[in-house]
Design a protein around this ligand. Structure first.
Ligand code: AMP
Ligand code: MG
Length: 492
């Protein structure tokens, strides 16, 4: 199947909504765009491949320099709460939707969005652009999260240009093509609710239900069920984050997907030396979006969505009922993750205490989160401090680890755990490779010098996070000293 970019079978369901929901506009071209990187698995989702994406006409279309015949580009409007405060109208300030492409397997569609494709009516003070650094971070992390099994928007490719873009320093422009069934956000609903526009609110809710929650359409109160289902999905996605130590960094309601997908990768981070209060976003001085706070903030964001949907739902009692699914959904999902991470088949009384003691130990010793779980999989039932060196050496207080290991071994014996079976299961639950900031930074600096090979290698490693890949052991290493000074902020 050799199609040209011009023949891409775009359609655009969002464009069927009334014009108040978006502005039709053309992306702004960038000078001499070039191919930087693409994701094979993401491409396959929409029936494309790497070779095709690297063709000059695809680079042009996915930079926004040329618009495919069937594409109807638009920017969507939304509002939102930022850092807990109502921020008013925001909208796609630098993202432009080209339309939807059919999934390669014939089921459903993916909305294709260019991030960094130029000014829109929602750009406010921004320049409509994204820099290579942040585009590569979004690209790599989207695909890494997908490989970890965490619901997320996807990233198809990154193109770049020599056009200068001013941030803290002068960087260069890039465009990341991202995909999701829809990019509708909690803030898309808040936008109409705050303006008292009930017709638009209902049109948007019906649109989301008809396309992505069709099973709810026949319910007695579909809007209440929508809130409950979005709340459930949000809780589960955040449990997935906590389980791999992912921190989003900017959980504003405009960055919360109505499908419960991880959305808008900016100053994110993966937990390294464990600290429950770690703040990955340098701009977030109060720590509103720290690792530990993500769980409560997810709930708070669902409250904001509930407030917006209230006129459709009816009573606050019904909205409260829908929101009440958050804690149990998070708890059940987190519990499942923790059992899997510790290689436990059964659920037994006392497991909570074992988990709590483990987190206290990690906190007190700031042990590396990813290495701890991965190495714990190597523990042998009949071993002891002598044999546990690999994992034990991650702790300053070695005896404290030994004490916990005695409890852990007793718990494993109680379910007649077998070393080989447990090791294999734990290695499927505990990634060896996550997108540590220093790994992203190294690949980015290389790309900034015009060498994109590091991005492709890192992507290939992150596409198989649970596999040993011994030839890539270096990518599983603790951060080097220089990484302690890395700061990521909202600047992107
Ligand atoms: P974010 O914090 O990245 O989720 O962005 C919040 C809002 O700012 C959204 O409406 C973005 O579209 C907008 N925005 C962020 N960066 C830019 C930029 N460089 N140009 C235009 N709009 C931007
Ligand atoms: Mg955003």
């Amino acid at each position: 199947m050799a199609i040209t970019a011009d023949e891409l079978p775009f359609d655009n369901v969002f464009a069927e909504l009334p014009p108040a929901f978006y502005t039709r506009l053309m992306p702004t071209p960038l000078p001499a765009p070039s191919f930087i990187a693409a994701s094979g698995p993401a491409a396959a989702l929409v029936g494309l491949d790497l070779q095709t994406l690297a063709q000059p006409d695809f680079v042009e279309v996915f930079t926004g320099n040329k618009v495919a015949v069937r594409s109807q580009p638009l920017a969507a409007v939304y509002s939102g709460h930022q850092f807990g405060v109502w921020a008013g109208q925001l909208g796609d300030g630098r993202a432009i939707t080209l339309g939807d492409l059919p999934m390669g397997d014939g089921h459903g569609r993916m909305e294709i969005q260019l991030k960094g494709a130029g000014l829109t009516p929602y750009s406010r003070m921004g320049d409509g652009r994204a820099v290579l650094r942040s585009s590569l971070r979004e690209f790599l992390c989207s695909e890494a999260m997908a490989a970890l099994g965490i619901p997320t928007t996807r990233a198809l490719m990154v193109t770049g240009s020599h056009q200068p873009v001013i941030r803290e320093s002068v960087e260069t422009a890039a465009v990341v093509t991202r995909m999701a069934p829809t990019f509708v956000r909690f803030g898309s609903f808040e936008h109409w609710a705050q303006r008292g526009k009930q017709d638009e609110l209902r049109i948007l809710a019906d649109y989301v239900i008809a396309n992505w929650y069709p099973e709810l359409a026949g319910a007695a109160n579909p809007y209440k069920e929508l809130l409950a289902e979005v709340t459930r999905r949000t809780a589960r996605t955040i449990a997935g984050w906590q389980a791999v130590g992912f921190m989003h960094g900017v959980m504003n309601t405009d960055n919360m997907s109505i499908l419960g997908l991880t959305l808008d990768y900016g100053p994110f981070g993966f937990m390294e030396a464990f600290d429950a209060n770690h703040i990955c976003n340098h701009t977030d001085q109060g720590g509103r979006y720290s690792y530990a706070n993500q769980v409560a903030v997810g709930h708070w964001n669902c409250y904001a969505l509930a407030n917006a949907l209230l006129p459709l739902i009816g009573t606050t009692d019904e909205a409260e009922e829908a929101l009440a699914v958050y804690r149990p959904a998070f708890g059940a999902s987190m519990d499942e993750h923790l059992h899997a991470k510790l290689g436990l088949r059964d659920v037994r009384p006392g497991d909570e205490e074992l988990f709590d003691a483990m987190f206290q130990l990690l906190q007190a010793n700031h042990a590396d989160f990813t290495l701890f779980f991965r190495r714990l999989g190597e523990l042998r039932l009949d071993g002891g401090p002598g044999e546990d060196a690999l994992v034990r050496d991650l702790f300053l207080e070695r005896e404290a680890f030994d004490g916990w290991a005695v409890q852990y071994r007793a718990r494993l014996r109680a379910e007649a755990s077998r070393d080989d079976v447990r090791r294999a299961a734990m290695h499927r639950a505990n990634p060896k490779y996550v997108l540590r900031n220093y790994l992203a930074q190294t690949a980015i600096e290389q790309a900034q010098r015009g060498d994109y090979s590091g991005v492709q290698t890192l992507l290939a490693v992150l596409e198989r996070p649970f596999d040993e890949q011994p030839e890539h052991d270096a990518y599983a290493a603790l951060p080097p000293d220089w990484a302690a000074h890395l700061e990521v902020s909202c600047s992107s």
